[in-house]
Design a binder for this molecule. Structure first.
Ligand code: NAG
Ligand code: NAG
Length: 328
């Protein structure tokens, strides 16, 4: 069945190439989707991203793509990983604009409010550019990264760029050591994360129901979004949307944060479209897991099972267990 489907995909891709003339006007930065449209014209879903636009070759041909499935048994304990440092220049509160981009819930901090991260696997200070939410139509799916094959209901990604080497996000995204993404899994509980509660309470989330809707939030404290842990998992990967540049260092926190069932429900009621168009839920806005190939997954969690040694990286004998919260 899989083979048949794959062949079908190849034929379809071939057809797209043949018919390049009529569709070429469509090839632009925004011509991609997570899932097939209910009706109407073809829009490339993840398995096509790398085939429809030569600038997006990495999406198909890349060797360090994201997201990935984290096999905890393969993690390498790296004793040289220091804790991540979060810096807000002494100002704890920031403002930001929350958007419905048609694909994600996105929050961009005000230009006036600098938030930096450094330490951990990062050799440079990285500035927060955007906070992005991925979530599922059901609780069993929604996160981009998987843990031992399991998805979480949602994943929040804090996207930073290297502000020491690059002038802005767009320049950094295509350059070495350009991007650092802190990823936090989201689970469901009746006591939600303080920061996410500000974004997802009914009054706020209903203001961004449709594509291009935006809403200003003030008095946010970015530290509230982080779970109470210094432990993380890190690997070298890519941006998870086209053009899939392989410039991202991923840092997956070892504890989830929580949203309520009601807040999950509100997320699923967001539309990918403008108000005058068909309602199409934004949920399941996730790229499938990509092959890990030869990459190392490093961690500062000391764990009991020994992973395979990475080249040039001796693992110490680990002692503690991976956080039970995350494993469940
Ligand atoms: C962020 O890092 C840069 C470079 O290290 C530094 O100049 C700036 O003051 C930092 N900003 C904050 C808010 O910590
Ligand atoms: C980003 O920086 C580069 C190099 O300085 C510049 O050419 C480009 O216009 C900037 N882009 C944006 C979106 O500001």
């Amino acid at each position: 069945m899989y083979i048949v489907w794959k062949i079908f995909q190849i034929i379809q891709a071939y057809f797209i190439c043949l018919s390049a003339q009529p569709i070429s006007p469509k090839i632009h930065d925004g011509w991609w989707a997570y899932k097939d449209a209910v009706q109407g014209s073809f829009v490339p879903v993840p398995s096509f991203w790398g085939l429809v636009n030569s600038a997006w070759n990495l999406c198909a041909m890349g060797k360090r793509q994201s997201p990935v499935n984290i096999e905890t048994g393969r993690m390498i304990f790296d004793p040289f990983l220091t804790p991540l440092r979060l810096s807000t220049g002494g100002r704890t509160k920031m403002g930001g604009t929350m958007y419905n981009t048609g694909r994600h819930v996105s929050l961009r901090p005000d230009r006036a409010h600098l938030v930096n991260i450094s330490g951990g696997p990062l050799g440079y200070s990285h500035r927060l550019e955007e906070i992005r939410l991925h979530f599922g139509s059901e609780d069993g799916q929604g996160s981009e990264h998987l843990l031992n094959g399991q998805a979480f209901p949602a994943e929040v990604q804090l996207i930073h760029y290297n502000q020491e080497l690059y002038a802005n996000y767009s320049e950094a995204a295509k350059s070495p050591n350009g991007i650092a993404v802190v990823s936090i899994f989201i689970k469901i509980s009746e006591s939600p994360n303080v920061f996410l509660n500000r974004m997802l309470n009914r009054d706020t989330i209903t203001r961004i129901t449709y594509k291009h809707d935006a809403f200003l939030l003030m008095g946010l404290n970015i530290a509230d979004l982080y779970p109470d842990t210094t432990r993380f998992i890190t690997y070298e990967g890519s941006i998870t949307i086209p053009p899939c540049y392989e410039t991202a260092t991923w840092i997956l926190m070892n504890k989830p944060v929580y949203v309520t069932q009601m807040q999950m429900h509100s997320l699923r009621l967001l539309s990918q479209n403008e108000p005058y168009k068909l309602f199409l839920s934004m949920s399941d806005n996730t790229r499938p897991a990509q092959p890990l190939i030869q990459r190392c997954i490093r961690t500062n969690i000391k764990f009991s099972k020994q992973g395979r040694d990475c080249p040039n990286n001796r693992a110490l004998r680990p002692q503690y267990r991976v956080n039970q919260w995350l494993l469940k």
